[in-house]
Design a protein around this ligand. Structure first.
Ligand code: ARG
Ligand code: ZN
Length: 881
């Protein structure tokens, strides 16, 4: 394990390496405990580098077996090898030479799940970001692009399937029950995209013919018996391949494309060239075991990894500071794909909810960092929602500012100019600046400045002159090591709504660049005057969430209700209602603390009920509109001195109020939308289920009785409805007999299916209230739980610590201490997942005082551990700073 050495990596220190590895020839002899890896590296000295400059290669815990140079063994005085570094001093004088390195690795004991490891007995790899150096010594940096030839030898009984990157070259039998396969990847790639799989796996196969007629063999490899569960993923893959051709003219470039699902995986999936390796959560689905959310997740992640073939693989990152170059852009592309496959407004609302619940707290807390960070201690801690989701929002803003044609032209130029290169954010932005003639210098601050901009808006209308004045100001709050911020270029899509709810015509505009329905805010404060506006308009601003900001607008309650009913922008319609819910909940939480009774606005409750029955809106949209802000959403808006118990009580009360007033209507809609016919995972069917399940939550609250949920649980013919009913039961009636029975039935039915048991763990880990901690502790002893499997850890411990406000933030600090214990024991074998869990502490300073003291104690206890990984150390130090 890599412990903290205090080393910090800085963007400004980037230097090209003295040498390049241009071709990599690998031989693996797979064995659980002693896999031999022979790497023959073709090394080139770069022009201008001194002939005696040492060649320094990265390693991580490596055992060196032997070393050869240009075909001869290398003498001990010619090099220095430690587990983490190999320095060759006896470098030959020629420009090109060949280095042969033999290392020995132990996949079965590799529980960090980086490098070569085993999952359920199958060999697999994870090399991003710096896992390749756990396999062999290498220039393990993304700017070293090399072709790869890989020969895998294995016991045929143990690993009949042998896969690597690129195209298959040959395979055959060897002596003693062994066999081999050879793969060749003609596209030069960095080592983080290397992959190997060896195992006894089932598979499904299909083909895809590209626009230019290349026939590609597609394969998805899964555990034996799970083949039918991969058909939806295969369908999503083919749709992704087609979409990238139609939308961006990007074609696939190899003869084969393989996906392998493994059950032990640190992240979602990995875009290795021609051989994507997936967390099985993002491959396997059928109606019996997967929810609609799971299906949508599979579609999105399959697309994401496939899209990386161009944005990430053909064009990669110069260094890890540029991570958002591939991730932000690829998230943007998968968002667009899903929006095209499903409902665009529904998708957008879901994206924004996700951004606010994950990225905003990151950007507003101790772990805030720019989309393109300038320093890191441990790169794995920067696979964050800032790099991914805010990174995607930044690309979306480029689209908004340039418009669709110029955006597409910029992308085309990027693909054409940088294919086969390892590049930077500056290279990316230059393409858009060039095709549009726009200066994007100020815009680039979105990559460099951390923090969520706050935009404040006031308006005034003069009926006499017909002038409508909009004052907009922006501030970017200070973030760690960045106290002073510059004003940003913020594109605000907008419309003016007239008294009848129609879009108003406007005359001339002054005070800002305003075009194509977008206000370009560029100064700290600007006054924009619209002329010829006859009657007072309602300003619908930041439509479609065109900029990832916090917006404070001087709208009255009536204005917001008006927008909620009339805005032609469906995002802002949702936003108007959502902001009213947030306000109501903040006020209710304050009253709760003072012991006063609730007094919810009847008009707000009425508006919610009206939306539920509005057949002009698709069910999925209505479901989102009716989903109350989460307790965490409300806590974030309150910002400091948060009392999670008061927030929870307020939210329960509003749910009861809406449910009570809407009861009859909700019951009617619930019955009308009952599933008829066989299950289909399509967006429209999923939308009906989501509306029904939101209503179920209200109905159970109104009736204060579990019967309807219990009935749905028993009669459901799919996992979406079953899991939703179980959630209502457990969260609203945790101690009820009906809940106990349902939880036990679920356990009995799915106990052997880890992915389904994840839902069972999540449901219980997120039961509001102080008592849940004891439940979570005892569930760690459940046979389906394992601290070795990242999905189980995330479902039980992750869901508890980041999804249970009242449970995790227990006033006595017991939730914090529990998490600290888990982190310390997990850190010994899987630092990456341990560090991820530790980010649950990031909002500790916004809690009320007693909880802050308790959180600090837990953090300091972790920090005091002598052999902490550099992953956890980095998170804890920054959180405490
Ligand atoms: N590039 C992968 C993806 O976004 C994520 C891999 C991250 N892995 C890691 N160990 N940090 O699709
Ligand atoms: Zn990615």
């Amino acid at each position: 394990m890599r412990t903290d050495t205090g080393q910090v990596f800085r963007l400004e220190d980037y230097r090209p390496s003295d040498y390049r590895i241009t071709h990599t020839d690998l031989l693996f002899r797979l064995d659980p405990h002693a896999t031999l890896v022979t790497a023959k590296l073709t090394v080139e000295r770069r022009d201008g580098v001194a002939a005696n400059a040492p060649l320094v290669l990265d390693g991580d815990g490596l055992v060196l077996e032997s070393l050869g140079l240009n075909g001869a063994p290398l003498a001990g005085e010619g090099y220095t090898a430690t587990p983490d570094r190999l320095e060759i001093r006896a470098v030959p004088a020629e420009k090109f030479f060949e280095l042969e390195i033999v290392t020995k690795v132990s996949p079965v004991t590799n529980k960090a799940l980086m490098g070569l490891y085993q999952s359920k007995g199958n060999y697999c790899t994870q090399c991003e970001a710096e896992g390749f150096r756990r396999i062999t010594y290498y220039l393990d940096r993304p700017d070293n692009l090399s072709t790869f030839q890989v020969r895998i030898e294995a016991r045929k009984a143990e690993a009949p399937v042998l896969l690597s990157n690129g195209n298959p070259v040959e395979h055959g039998d060897l002596a003693d029950g062994w066999h081999y396969a050879v793969w060749h990847d003609p596209f030069p790639k960095p080592s983080y995209l290397f992959a190997l799989v060896g195992g006894d796996l089932g598979s499904i196969h299909d083909t895809f013919t590209t626009a230019s007629g290349r026939k590609v063999a597609l394969g998805i490899y899964v555990e034996h018996g799970k083949e039918p569960l991969a058909t939806y993923a295969m369908d999503a893959l083919k749709r992704s391949m087609r979409w990238d051709e139609e939308r961006f003219s990007r074609e696939y470039d190899l003869d084969v494309f393989n996906i392998v699902a493994v059950s032990d995986f640190n992240m979602g999936a990995m875009e290795n060239k021609g051989l994507n390796i997936f967390n099985d959560k993002y491959v396997l689905a059928d109606p019996e075991t997967a929810t609609d959310v799971d299906y949508a997740g599979i579609e999105a992640v399959i697309a994401h990894e496939y899209f990386h073939n161009w944005t990430g693989n053909r064009i990669t990152c110069r260094d890890w500071f540029q991570l958002c170059l591939k991730e932000g852009l690829t998230v943007y592309r998968d968002h667009e794909f899903s929006a095209d496959q499903r409902s665009r407004p529904v998708k957008r609302i879901a994206e924004v909810r996700n951004l606010r619940s994950l990225q905003f707290p990151e950007d507003q807390g101790p772990l805030a960092h720019p989309v393109r960070p300038r320093r890191y201690k441990e790169i794995n801690n920067f696979y964050t929602s800032t790099v991914y989701e805010k990174g995607s929002e930044v690309v979306r803003m480029i689209h908004t500012i340039l418009g669709p044609e110029k955006f597409r032209a910029g992308m085309d130029l990027y693909f054409e100019r940088h294919d086969g290169q390892a590049v930077t954010i500056e290279d990316f932005l230059a393409c858009f600046a060039e095709v549009s003639g726009r200066d994007l210098t100020q815009f680039a601050l979105w990559y460099h400045q951390a923090g969520t901009p706050r935009v404040t808006v006031t308006t005034s209308h003069d009926p006499a002159t017909g002038d409508f004045e909009v004052n907009i100001s922006q501030t970017v709050p200070p973030t760690p090591s960045e106290a002073v911020k510059k004003p940003m270029h913020i594109p605000l899509a907008f419309g003016l709504l007239g008294p009848n709810g129609d879009e108003m015509e406007m005359g001339s505009v002054e005070g800002a660049e305003v075009n194509d329905g977008v206000i370009h805010l560029t100064a700290a404060s600007q006054t924009i005057r619209f002329r010829g506006v006859g009657s007072r308009p309602v300003l619908s601003l930041n439509r479609g969430f065109s900029a990832p900001i916090v917006l404070n607008q001087d709208l009255t309650k009536e204005d917001r209700l008006f927008l909620a009913r009339h805005d032609s922008d469906l995002f802002n319609r949702w936003e108007a209602l959502n902001s009213l819910f947030v306000e109501a909940l903040i006020a209710a939480a304050a009253r709760e603390k003072e012991g006063k009774p609730h007094d919810f606005d009847a008009a707000l409750v009425e508006a919610a009920i009206e939306i539920a029955g509005n057949d002009g809106l698709e069910p999925a949209y209505r479901a989102l509109a009716l989903s109350l802000p989460s307790e965490a959403d409300v806590a974030r808006e309150i910002g400091n001195d948060v009392d999670p118990d008061a927030v929870r009580a307020a939210r329960d009360a509003l749910r009861r109020e809406i449910g009570g007033k809407g009861r009859d209507a909700f019951r009617r809609i619930y019955d009308q939308h009952a599933d008829s016919g066989p299950f289909s995972p399509d967006a429209a069917s999923a939308g009906k289920r989501s509306l029904r399940n939101v209503l179920l939550d209200y109905l159970a609250a109104a009736e204060a009785a579990p019967e309807l949920a219990a009935l749905q649980f028993e009669t459901a013919n799919n996992m979406t409805d079953r899991a939703a009913a179980l959630t209502v039961l457990a969260h609203q009636f945790p101690e009820h007999e009906a809940t106990r029975k349902a939880l036990a039935a679920f356990d009995a039915r799915y106990r052997d299916n880890g992915l389904v048991m994840d839902k069972w763990f999540v449901v219980q880990a997120t039961i509001p209230g102080a008592a849940t901690l004891e439940r979570v502790k005892s569930l760690t002893a459940h046979p389906a739980f394992s601290l070795m499997n990242p999905n189980r850890v995330r479902s039980l411990v992750g869901a508890f610590s980041s999804g249970n406000q009242t449970g995790f933030h227990r006033a006595d600090g017991a939730g914090y201490q529990f998490l600290a214990d888990i982190i310390l024991s997990l850190d010994r074998h899987n630092p990456q997942v341990a560090a991820r869990l530790a980010t649950a502490f990031r909002s500790w300073r916004s809690m009320e005082e007693v909880r802050q003291l308790e959180a600090r104690k837990a953090l300091e206890r972790i920090n005091a551990e002598a052999s902490l990984s550099r992953d956890v150390k980095d998170i804890v130090e920054r959180t405490l700073a």
